[in-house]
Design a protein around this ligand. Structure first.
Ligand code: CS2
Ligand code: MG
Length: 402
């Protein structure tokens, strides 16, 4: 089965997505997600200008060889742009292989390990009271696991709190908008939020929180200790994780479970975190870390060290990634949880798929492939619109982590 054509499809049904469609000489095609929020066109060009010329005529069944060709063959290794580009091709080739085998992707990987994929939703509010109410709304919707993000007293706004309760799109402006951050205001406030959540809803709901890369290890250690009475499912991205050994300091002080990895682009970004058991969940995703082929290797390493998967699943990852992730989640033995931020109807029309939410789980269908497609005609109606993620500054103006 030869690769006959490869298309890069950039569309913006409310937000930008980049997809690839690989067509073969046997009439089977596969699709992959190549979306990197705020840097979409860099990935589109990497695929269009540097990968497609080397793909035409190749045997579509040689997924691993093609992966190695593009990983080793570029000389320049790793990085979010390159690994997102490789991921898109990889997802499309797995889609093709599963369709050719006439089986859903999870069967090709090794079959079902669970009947449904436990997900967590995103409750958020402008203040403590609204956030507590929003968590209750998610419980009423059937979620068993809920991430809680709240406005912080004394700060005009912060990560994860959106005006639109249903949908959260952080890439909110044609040029980066500026947020102001105060670690002390945040650390003083957060324990009160989770104390209120536990006293309102008891111990049953799984509660999660995303620090979004904003603490130092000792600050994260303090927060982890302060939150121990509330038994979080995980504390996410407590610190920027380039310094993997920095997590040793957090681990020495707290038993609050730690999750990290959505910004990682390869196994090497988390090798020490995993082999030293410095984390409990690895969030590295299929779309940003080399696709299904590479994430199988990350998950296999993590399994040895009692670490579970917790894939990133924000709305800036397309339904193609969600489809692939759910098949992977259904198969992988050390599954932890899947992030689920529902896409808009407009997006779902461009990316028809067969997964659906039921009683706190996402359920997948049995169509051959990863179950998500792209409506090219509809995609063409939504031209790219430049959008940047915000940046963060401290109250004294210092540049900080968003
Ligand atoms: C967040 C994301 O979902 C999460 O855990 O960290 O919303 C992240 O901010 C976006 O994916 C960035 O594009
Ligand atoms: Mg996050």
């Amino acid at each position: 089965m030869k690769i006959r054509a490869v298309k890069v499809i950039v569309t913006c049904p409310g937000r930008n997505f980049v997809s690839v469609k690989i067509e073969t000489d046997e009439g089977i095609y596969g699709v992959g997600d190549a979306t990197l929020n705020g840097r979409e066109l860099a990935v589109a060009s990497y695929i269009q200008d540097h990968m497609i010329p080397c793909l035409i005529g190749r045997d579509a069944s040689q997924i691993e060889d093609i992966w190695q060709f593009f990983y080793r063959g570029a000389y320049w290794r790793r990085g979010s742009v390159k690994m997102t580009a490789i991921a898109a091709i990889d997802m499309a080739l797995w889609d093709i292989k599963a369709k050719a085998a006439n089986m859903p992707l999870y069967q090709l990987l090794g079959g079902k390990s669970r009947h449904g994929v436990l997900v967590y939703g995103h409750a958020n509010g402008k203040d403590l009271a609204e956030t507590v109410d929003e968590v209750g709304r998610y419980i009423d919707l059937g979620y068993k696991a809920i991430r809680a993000q709240s406005g912080i007293p004394g700060l005009a706004g912060t990560y994860g709190v959106s005006k639109d309760k249903a949908f959260y799109e952080p890439a909110d402006a044609d040029l980066p908008s500026e947020n102001i951050w105060s670690t002390s205001k945040y650390l003083n406030f957060l324990p009160t939020l989770f104390s209120a959540l536990r006293s309102t809803y008891g111990n049953e709901p799984q509660l999660l929180h995303d620090v979004h890369h904003r603490l130092t290890p000792i600050e994260a250690a303090r927060l982890g200790k302060d939150l121990e009475p509330y038994h979080l499912f995980w504390l996410e991205d407590a610190v920027p994780a380039e310094l993997q050994e920095g997590f040793r300091l957090i681990r020495q002080h707290t038993i609050t479970p730690l999750a990290v990895g959505e910004v990682f682009s390869s196994i090497f970004d988390c090798q020490q975190l995993i082999t030293e058991q410095l984390i409990d969940y690895i969030r590295t995703t299929i779309v940003h870390a080399g696709g299904i082929s590479h994430l199988r290797k990350v998950a296999a390493l993590a399994e040895i060290y009692h670490i579970k998967t917790g894939f990133h699943g924000a709305t800036d990852l397309s339904p193609i990634t969600m489809g692939c992730a759910l098949h992977f989640d259904t198969w992988v033995s050390n599954f932890g949880i899947q992030e689920y931020m529902p896409h808009t109807e407009q997006t779902n029309e461009v990316f028809p798929h067969d997964y659906h939410f039921a009683h706190g789980y996402l359920m997948i269908g049995d169509k051959p492939g990863h179950g998500t497609d792209i409506n090219e005609a509809l995609a063409a109606k939504y031209p790219y619109q430049r959008a940047y993620l915000p940046i963060n500054r401290l109250e004294d103006g210092s540049m900080f982590n968003w």
